[in-house]
Design a protein around this ligand. Structure first.
Ligand SMILES: *[C@@H]1O[C@H](CO)[C@@H](O)[C@H](O)[C@H]1NC(C)=O
Ligand SMILES: *[C@@H]1O[C@H](CO)[C@@H](O)[C@H](O)[C@H]1NC(C)=O
Ligand SMILES: *[C@@H]1O[C@H](CO)[C@@H](O)[C@H](O)[C@H]1NC(C)=O
Ligand SMILES: *[C@@H]1O[C@H](CO)[C@@H](O)[C@H](O)[C@H]1NC(C)=O
Ligand SMILES: *[C@@H]1O[C@H](CO)[C@@H](O)[C@H](O)[C@H]1NC(C)=O
Length: 385
């Protein structure tokens, strides 16, 4: 008999133990906070938000990583350049509805920047890896985030992120490499779109070292970026490029939800890489990387020349052009490019005209524009392609 009277209590204890083990939280509400050792886990268990210390340093960062990958892969960092020294911080929602990261002295180390105040703010880690601040009383979710981490990427482009510019708000989303493997503060290596919306120049994404262009994707040609052969229909991911008055962005989505793949930039290797998680090896494998070879180096051959990686030398002047500086050209510095061998002669019929090149990356589009009305043709100032 006595056994039976204890039963309900035992069941109750068991149930509350289950709750502790299985109910990881995915959100924070005002008056809640979390700190050292505590994490938020997205509903499906893919991502985790918490504190980490690179290389077991004493520097604490709030970040998001894949929950089920044993090699800690941090995909987003809140306080990239402002670590909390010595002890972990505290994430909480302040009285005006922003998510704030406080150090042990309760001073704000990092915060979200929502201009609108929610009546009932909630911070939630979504299954996509997006950390969002929204109003719980607002039913229409997608368009009504007050702030989202996907708008402020670190070094990683996750599936379904919009990589590009929001022209209405002026937001420019790019990815920037960690300074070092143990320092998430941005180095000078970054990947992002460059164009002038006022002049309607044609957008193209560049790898940048500081302000110097390092490599480029080539412009979007309607199907893919013209100089990025790995972005073509493939079994791993689908992709899209949107170029409207309101926004310009690239995005991708994984075809098989049980496959994990990301795009990152790395300061040490100077590479932009698409990585794929290989469960059997328990490691990341490079699926594609850029720049691929010397021909991908920005402006390696200069103007009016093309680069063919299997040729020797790799740079060749186009037909009808000669090196601008033969001396430099001979010493393998091709950056001056080529000039016309003889002036254009447009009067004599069949003497000069247009030649079609195929299989080449279209020249830098920074100084070009697109006529969207007449079924877009890319025209580059000074050079007819
Ligand atoms: C931690 O130390 C670094 C370097 O000394 C400093 O730049 C940073 O501001 C400190 N962080 C905080 C939250 O005090
Ligand atoms: C909450 O945080 C935001 C962002 O740091 C700040 O602008 C605002 O003043 C804070 N509110 C209060 C009451 O401290
Ligand atoms: C934080 O508090 C400690 C003492 O608790 C003090 O030594 C330190 O200077 C404070 N740091 C800042 C940034 O105010
Ligand atoms: C960059 O690549 C190097 C070499 O593969 C690696 O050791 C390092 O961890 C990478 N850096 C980051 C921030 O992932
Ligand atoms: C998705 O990927 C998993 C793991 O690699 C594999 O077992 C499964 O067959 C794939 N599903 C499809 C529809 O390709």
């Amino acid at each position: 008999m006595e056994i039976f009277t204890f039963m309900p209590i035992i069941v109750l204890v068991f149930l509350s133990l289950l709750r502790i083990v299985f109910s990881a939280y995915d959100s924070i509400r005002p008056s809640q906070s979390f700190g050292d050792g505590e994490t938020l886990v997205s509903k499906g268990g893919s991502f985790e938000l918490g504190f980490f210390t690179p290389a077991n340093s004493n520097r604490h960062y709030a970040g998001i990583w894949y929950k089920n990958i044993p090699i800690q892969t941090v995909v987003w960092v809140a306080n990239r350049c402002n670590p909390i020294n010595g002890s972990s911080g505290l994430l909480t929602i302040n009285s005006t509805g922003n998510l704030v990261l406080l150090d042990h002295n309760k001073s704000v180390v990092w915060s979200t920047s929502s201009s609108k105040q929610a009546r009932k703010p909630i911070v939630q880690l979504l299954e996509s890896g997006n950390l969002v601040l929204r109003d719980e009383e607002e039913k229409k979710l997608e368009t009504n985030y007050l702030w989202q981490s996907f708008d402020y990427p670190s070094d990683t482009l996750l599936p379904n992120m919009k990589f590009g510019w929001d022209l209405k708000t002026g937001l420019k989303r790019k990815i920037s490499a960690w300074r070092n493997w143990d320092d998430p503060c941005p180095g000078d290596f970054a990947f992002g779109f460059e164009f002038d919306p006022k002049l309607h120049t044609y957008p193209e994404a560049y790898l940048l070292k500081g302000t110097t262009k390092f490599a480029r994707t080539g412009p979007w040609n309607g199907l893919r970026f013209s100089g990025t052969p790995e972005i073509k229909p493939n079994p791993l991911y689908g992709f899209d490029f949107v170029n409207t008055e309101d926004e310009v962005y690239y995005t991708y989505n994984l075809k098989n939800k049980s496959v994990i793949s990301i795009m990152t930039v790395n300061q040490t290797t100077s590479l932009r890489q698409r990585l794929i998680w290989v469960e059997a090896d328990q490691s990341w494998r490079t699926y594609a990387s850029s720049p691929r070879d010397n021909c991908d180096e920005y402006n390696v051959c200069g103007a009016n020349a093309n680069c063919v990686i299997n040729d020797n030398p790799i740079c060749q002047c186009l037909k009808g052009f000669k090196p601008k500086s033969q001396d430099n050209w001979n010493s393998m510095d091709w950056s001056d490019g080529c000039v016309r061998s003889s002036p254009l002669n447009c009067l004599e019929k069949d003497k000069d005209g247009f030649i079609q090149f195929s299989g080449l990356k279209v020249p830098d589009t920074t100084h070009s524009w697109m006529n969207k009305k007449d079924k877009g043709v890319v025209v580059r100032c000074g050079l007819v392609i």
